[in-house]
Design a protein around this ligand. Structure first.
Ligand SMILES: [Zn+2]
Length: 375
């Protein structure tokens, strides 16, 4: 995670870089602000920056040194995370380490974290995730081990407001009598719910909601959301990326959209007209706006696959699942057909917006794909 990966918050980034440059990093920092604006990402970027062996001139972790590579694979030995979990078996203790796989999945898929996404990944049923008392011992144990490969030992604790009191008391001791070169980064959505004894002892980094144009730009870039829709969703988001994404239902829809995209291209490749007709009927069955949104998603993936094909993987904005398909599909998208396909999509969107018969427009479009991906 680099600072540049996070939208906005330039003042916060500068403040953190300054702390590092002046070697005046408070022992306990609290990143506080509304959900979904990049607080956890900021804590992660700062930790990676402090551990980076070769930070770039523009003040980012390099992304290439051994420590940065360990951050990418979630095994940097001098950093550990604490976060709310549930008890896997009632009556038996559970620790954050028992959920390392889920946590890795959560972090690798989401720059902008929200609690409900975490709950979904945890699959905790009716149990409310919290940070249990026994985690305090685990923290103490981890923090008392000297750092391996760098100066600082860093703990990133997500959502201290969900910490049981006994665990909080453990932490209080560590905050009051700090170990040398140990840094505690807390990340909170609701700081007013943190135990006052802890809250009064941390240095606060207040992060504000993101400016709406940044959110709108992010939605357009990442999800190919039409400009006007992006602006109206941004206005409703209150400056939170996760809220904007939830408003667009992006996570749920994205999965369905990717499946529909794969099916279109596979059926076009084997010239399965019957399935293309079924496909057209299914897509036409979506609400008109969603149907247009899906087509703009198809256009986005076509462009991304073209970029992938011409070997500019670093310029790609595909999810892991999209890229998995793209690895096989991208050779079919080239300079001869990319503009043709995008143009056909634009025409289909225009027709559907004008109330044309969706089934006919989409079947026609699907048939054109048979020819286009063979050229
Ligand atoms: Zn580095």
């Amino acid at each position: 995670m680099k600072f540049d990966d996070i939208l906005g918050h330039d003042n916060v980034k500068q403040r953190l870089r300054k702390m590092a440059a002046e070697d005046k990093i408070p022992h306990a920092l609290l990143f506080e602000g509304p959900e979904g604006i990049g607080k956890l990402a900021m804590a992660r970027a700062f930790a990676q920056y402090l551990h980076c062996q070769n930070p770039t001139g523009d003040g980012n972790p390099c992304g290439l040194c051994p420590s940065c590579l360990q951050y990418r694979t979630f095994n940097q030995p001098d950093t550990f995370f604490v976060f709310p979990i549930y008890k896997k078996k009632s009556g038996k203790d559970s620790f954050c380490d028992d959920f390392a796989g889920e946590w890795e999945e959560f972090l690798s898929e989401n720059i902008y974290a929200d609690f409900s996404t975490w709950v979904k990944i945890l699959d905790s049923g009716t149990a409310k995730p919290v940070i249990y008392n026994n985690e305090g011992d685990a923290i103490l144990r981890k923090i008392s081990v000297k750092s391996y490969s760098s100066r600082y030992k860093i703990m990133i604790l997500w959502l201290p407001e969900k910490m049981n009191e006994q665990c909080a008391n453990h932490l209080l001791k560590i905050i009051e009598e700090p170990y040398e070169d140990t840094l505690l980064f807390f990340v909170s959505n609701t700081p007013n719910e943190i135990l006052p004894t802890i809250y009064s002892r941390v240095q606060r980094v207040i992060m504000k909601p993101l400016p709406l144009p940044l959110i709108a730009g992010y939605l357009s870039d990442k999800y190919a959301v039409d400009g006007n829709l992006a602006v109206s969703v941004a206005n409703l988001s209150g400056g939170s990326v996760t809220k904007a994404e939830a408003l667009l239902n992006i996570n749920e829809d994205n999965k369905m959209f990717l499946e529909l995209f794969k099916r279109l291209m596979r059926s076009a490749y084997v010239k399965n007209l019957r399935d293309l007709k079924d496909w057209a009927e299914e897509v036409a069955g979506l609400k008109r706006e969603k149907c247009c949104f899906f087509l703009s998603y198809v256009a986005k993936l076509i462009r991304e696959n073209f970029i992938y094909n011409i070997g500019n993987a670093s310029l790609n904005y595909m999810t892991k699942e999209e890229e998995e398909f793209g690895a096989k599909f991208s050779p079919f998208i080239n300079e001869r057909n990319v503009a043709v396909i995008v143009n056909e999509i634009d025409k289909a969107v225009a027709d559907i917006s004008r109330n044309a018969n969706g089934k006919i427009v989409l079947f026609d479009f699907a048939i054109k794909m048979i020819i286009a991906i063979k050229s």
